[in-house]
Design a protein around this ligand. Structure first.
Ligand code: HEM
Length: 384
């Protein structure tokens, strides 16, 4: 027992020294840095949910005003945060070939669901990105539109029900259920039923994917600081229940559809086609990255998974912010309502073309600067 304690103390001391040494990386390079502390680096407030990442970055930005960049630490790992818009633009365009890697951990061999578009880098990312970009063409989005509207009707019924009972709505939760239903239908071709069923498994798993237990935080320390060790230990990025749920759902749905030759107008159908032909018919191109290798079932599952995760939380958060801002800015709310009513009349209801013409609502959601003072609700776009 004593020797285990001694070993434990030695291991902890070595880790402490290693982290402390890591925290000199940026200052050693002449890059300004903050005051990282063991073991969370600069991210303790984010890990403990006292601050969200957007507010944290904003705080750093305000604190470091006048600097072009700052060096940060996520646990022991260093991260470079550009602050100067010109530098940011160069990174995203001119110098993109050096910055295509988000530096997100994944383990294709033991945790294939983690090897999705958001985490992979280099030629593999480029190939998949080129294959999947056509999934967002106006034509594809148009054919998913009916599904989105149908989920909207279910949300309206739910809101009416709540209004008749006690009138109080937790809008973020309702919207998360709505966007889960939408993405579930569009990405997986499944009725997730989150709006009607309070205990829907898709909602439970979506929520679990964005919740961190103490165990998840400890796993993250290893994943972020010692990626090779995380691979040896086969630490999955998400909890086992989330990974096995999505793996099973996507695999079963893909295999069922392929076996029974079922075709639906959704994102999964595009993945099925990419598995079969390696590219989408309408978007046949000579780009060497879009032709050739077909998607494996693991690759297809990982992409459906990230579409679900990247799609439902971001969208419900953005709509929640927009609704909050509109509730506080009556005149903006009225102008939005006027635009929606006018375009409904013009297009005889809620159609794809009506939504495409809603430039004012688009500005509210995505924060384009327009001449008459919409800057007040620019925070809708800070989540980006
Ligand atoms: C308002 C809603 C959304 C916000 C705020 C948002 C935000 C973002 C951001 C900031 C990135 C990283 C961009 C970069 O590193 O250059 C990203 C990437 C991504 N998002 Fe979204 N997103 C939203 C909706 C969606 C939806 C609905 C989907 C899918 C159905 C989606 C799928 C993805 C994917 C797959 C990537 C990785 C793209 C790549 O690496 O090529 N997002 N998103």
């Amino acid at each position: 027992m004593e020797s285990i304690m001694v070993l434990f103390i030695i291991a902890l001391s070595l880790i402490y020294v290693y982290f402390k040494k890591s925290y000199n990386y940026w200052s050693g390079m002449g890059v300004p840095q903050l005051s990282p502390s063991f073991p969370f680096g600069d991210m303790a407030s984010v890990i403990f949910r006292k601050q969200n990442m957007g507010d944290k970055i904003k705080e750093i930005y305000e604190k470091m005003k006048g600097h072009r960049y700052v060096g940060l630490y996520f646990f022991s790992r260093s991260a470079f945060l550009p602050l100067d818009p010109v530098l940011i633009k160069d990174i995203l365009s001119k110098d993109f070939q050096h910055f295509h890697d988000r530096g997100i951990y994944y383990d294709e061999k033991n945790d294939p669901l983690s090897a999705h578009l958001f985490s992979i880098a280099g030629p593999k990312w480029k190939r998949l990105r080129a294959k999947l970009t056509p999934a967002f063409s106006p034509g594809k989005l148009k054919y998913m539109f009916g599904t989105i509207v149908e989920c909207g009707h279910q949300m309206i019924s739910k809101l009416n029900e709540i209004a008749e009972e006690d009138g109080e709505v937790e809008i973020k939760e309702i919207l998360a259920r709505y966007t889960t239903d939408v993405i579930g239908s569009c990405a997986f071709g499944l009725e997730c039923n989150c709006m009607r069923d309070q205990n829907a498994e898709f909602r439970f798993m979506g929520k679990r994917a964005f919740t961190q237990t103490v165990g998840d935080v400890m796993k993250m320390v290893i994943i972020r600081s010692f990626p090779p060790l995380a691979r040896i230990l086969r630490l999955g990025v998400f909890s086992g229940s989330v990974t096995s749920f999505f793996n099973r759902v996507v695999r079963e749905t893909l295999e069922y559809r392929e076996k029974n030759n079922i075709s639906r107008q959704d994102f999964l159908q595009l993945l099925i086609q990419l598995r079969k032909d390696g590219q989408l018919d309408e978007e046949m191109s000579n780009d060497k990255h879009t032709i050739g290798t077909k998607l494996t079932i693991e690759e297809a599952a990982a992409q459906a998974f990230i579409f679900f995760l990247a799609g439902f939380e971001t969208t419900s958060t953005t709509i929640s912010f927009a609704l909050f801002e509109m509730a506080q800015n009556q005149s903006i709310q009225e102008r939005a309502r006027e635009e929606v009513t006018r375009l409904f009349d013009k297009h005889e209801g809620l159609t794809y073309d009506a939504v495409m013409e809603m430039s004012y609502v688009d500005t509210i959601l995505f924060g384009n600067i327009i001449p008459d003072g919409l800057f007040e609700i620019q925070c809708c776009s800070t989540v980006f």
